[in-house]
Design a protein around this ligand. Structure first.
Ligand SMILES: *[C@@H]1O[C@H](CO)[C@@H](O)[C@H](O)[C@H]1NC(C)=O
Ligand SMILES: *[C@@H]1O[C@H](CO)[C@@H](O)[C@H](O)[C@H]1NC(C)=O
Ligand SMILES: *[C@@H]1O[C@H](CO)[C@@H](O)[C@H](O)[C@H]1NC(C)=O
Ligand SMILES: *[C@@H]1O[C@H](CO)[C@@H](O)[C@H](O)[C@H]1NC(C)=O
Ligand SMILES: *[C@@H]1O[C@H](CO)[C@@H](O)[C@H](O)[C@H]1NC(C)=O
Ligand SMILES: *[C@@H]1O[C@H](CO)[C@@H](O)[C@H](O)[C@H]1NC(C)=O
Length: 503
């Protein structure tokens, strides 16, 4: 079976606690992923790129004169699958809710959507999230990201409204008003998929939310859970590796004292530029560990970076197998080389690299996506740290001149008491989580009702069963729609039968 992931297992920016270290911009070095080309119709990742004139602000009404302002609209990019397997008007539409990055990158890495679509004779659509990739308001990234005023329209609510408007218009153009729409999304995109199903039930009949940490807000889950799970992944591979990492932070801070120390550190880690603070290096290392935990696949992959199979095992092998007398920091360097330089072609490391264009997440994290993150004392491999909202808010004010609204997401989308709430009014959402993924800590891991279900891939699972579980999830999904849903049941039966004979 070709290498496949159960959707993008990633919430791209890992916001680092702000005390010892600074509120870091996202670090995302590495080459662009290669777009995969399918050869036959099934699973071919082939699409047409289109643009849609999208409204900048869905929640206010510009005066008639201002409506003609170019800034009142922007071009939203979306991709439409060319597979040719769509059943036509009335046939299902699989709609991927774009995350915080270039949509072509997610399209190239969401094999499940492409491979499932032919089985359901579904049309595939990937929509880009505003302020990412080419979907820039105000005509350019520089203008869109200029200040808090230009960034004000970068919110999840606006993004979901974009998707709803786009879908409604697209269906009308295709004379496909009756087509059932199933939303897909991974990580932040998975959160959007789930939330959109709740907010726009008339636009989409259901959602598959993969690795979607919709509970990572306020105190719904312990603030230590994310980094505890990252740490568990390392401990699972090697206890000495875990301890080397745990011991490294202090050494790093000590060495980073003074100009000379920062220079030495920069040299040890082959950085392109001399460090300004050792915290920048800590952030960069911590990002690598978090990303590794998110993509610890048992097969080689290239989603975030070109990586070997079981990359954490490889990192730990490098850390553990250095000759006697190798310093802790040299071991750490050897370890992260697996993540940042697996191809062996990187000349020096640029800490500010962001090849997938995900910088906007910092703004989102400083406004509504406030996910408290702490380091626990014993279970984690990080120095103990307790999330401190006041200093978090301070750094947001410093960076963007904006004050976060930490309670807004749960007010807008819910999250507290989710089981009771969704049992009463939610339907047709599948939450998929792999337990090695640290975002599973903020995910929905228990079945809530007959049609709000959790599929959990346990620890140490190999990939093909995970993939089968994903496919199974979709099948189950359609079964749920047919047997329990009040929406247009008969529409689905032909596709179900088709998929049954196809599989
Ligand atoms: C950014 O905003 C400032 C202040 O409003 C303005 O003077 C400047 O031209 C803007 N820059 C861009 C690239 O839009
Ligand atoms: C629908 O068609 C109109 C007219 O051709 C076009 O302007 C619009 O962009 C189309 N909508 C979508 C979502 O492609
Ligand atoms: C990347 O790996 C190659 C081959 O092992 C090595 O020569 C090079 O120094 C590494 N780059 C960095 C920045 O460490
Ligand atoms: C962590 O471990 C130490 C030593 O075993 C113990 O004294 C302390 O209570 C533990 N802390 C927590 C939060 O469990
Ligand atoms: C959750 O919902 C149940 C049932 O409505 C209610 O009894 C309970 O108090 C709620 N808990 C919270 C924390 O809101
Ligand atoms: C939820 O229900 C589905 C369907 O019955 C089942 O396959 C799945 O394993 C259940 N999930 C959990 C976490 O129990």
């Amino acid at each position: 079976m070709r290498p496949l992931r159960c959707l993008a297992v990633l919430l791209v920016l890992v916001l680092l606690p702000a005390a010892a270290w600074t509120l870091a911009p996202p670090r995302f070095p590495g080459p662009q992923p290669r777009a995969r080309q399918g050869t036959n119709g099934v699973g071919a990742y082939e699409y047409e790129t289109r643009y849609f004139r999208q409204r900048l602000d869905h929640f206010s009404f510009p005066g008639v004169g201002d409506e003609d302002e170019p800034a009142a609209f922007f071009q939203q990019r979306y991709l439409v699958g060319r597979g040719g397997g769509w059943a036509g008007p009335g046939g299902p539409i699989f709609f991927y809710c774009g995350n915080e990055g270039d949509i072509t990158w997610f399209a190239a890495n969401s094999g499940l959507v492409w491979e499932a679509a032919p089985r359901f004779a579904a049309l595939v659509v990937f929509a880009e999230h505003r302020y990412y990739g080419e979907s820039m308001p105000f005509g350019s990234k520089a203008k869109a990201y200029n200040n808090s005023k230009s960034l004000a329209y970068l919110t999840a609510e606006q993004a979901i409204a974009d998707f709803a408007v786009l879908l409604t218009d697209l269906k009308r153009n295709l004379s496909a008003e009756g087509s059932p729409v199933v939303l897909f999304g991974g990580s932040y995109g998975g959160m959007l998929a789930a939330w959109m199903r709740l907010k726009y039930p008339h636009v989409a009949v259901g959602a598959l939310a993969s690795s979607a940490p919709i509970l990572q807000f306020e105190d719904i889950v312990p603030s230590t859970i994310f980094y505890d799970l990252v740490s568990d992944d390392f401990k699972r591979e090697s206890l000495s590796c875990f301890h080397t990492i745990k011991d490294s932070w202090k050494v790093l801070d000590e060495q980073g004292n003074g100009q000379d120390g920062l220079m030495k550190l920069s040299k040890t880690f082959h950085l392109c530029q001399t460090l300004k603070t050792s915290g920048d290096l800590s952030d960069w290392l911590s990002s690598a560990y978090s990303y590794l935990a998110m993509v610890d696949y048992p097969i080689p992959s290239e989603f975030l970076m070109p990586l070997p199979a079981n990359p954490i095992k490889e990192v730990c092998r490098n850390i553990d197998s250095q000759p006697e007398g190798t310093s802790i920091l040299e071991r750490i360097y050897a370890g992260v080389n697996v993540y940042y330089n697996y191809t062996g072609t990187v000349g020096c490391f640029d800490l500010n690299d962001d090849p997938h264009g995900m910088g906007g997440w910092d703004w989102q994290a400083c406004t509504e996506m406030v996910m408290p993150m702490s380091y626990s004392e014993n279970r984690s491999m990080y120095p103990p740290y307790k999330f401190d909202y006041a200093s978090y808010a301070d750094s947001c004010i410093k960076s963007y001149g904006v004050r976060p609204r930490p309670r807004w997401i749960t007010t807008e989308f819910g999250g507290h008491n989710i089981t009771t709430v969704l049992e009463k009014f939610g339907s047709n959402i599948i939450f998929f989580n792999g337990l090695l993924d640290p975002w599973s800590g903020g995910g929905v891991l228990k079945n809530i009702s007959e049609s709000v279900i959790a599929i959990v891939a346990p620890l140490g699972t190999v990939l093909s069963p995970v993939y089968l579980q994903c496919l199974y999830a979709i099948h189950l999904y359609f079964l749920v729609l047919v047997t329990h849903n009040r929406i247009n049941q008969c529409l689905f039966s032909p596709y179900l039968m088709q998929s049954d004979t196809a599989s």
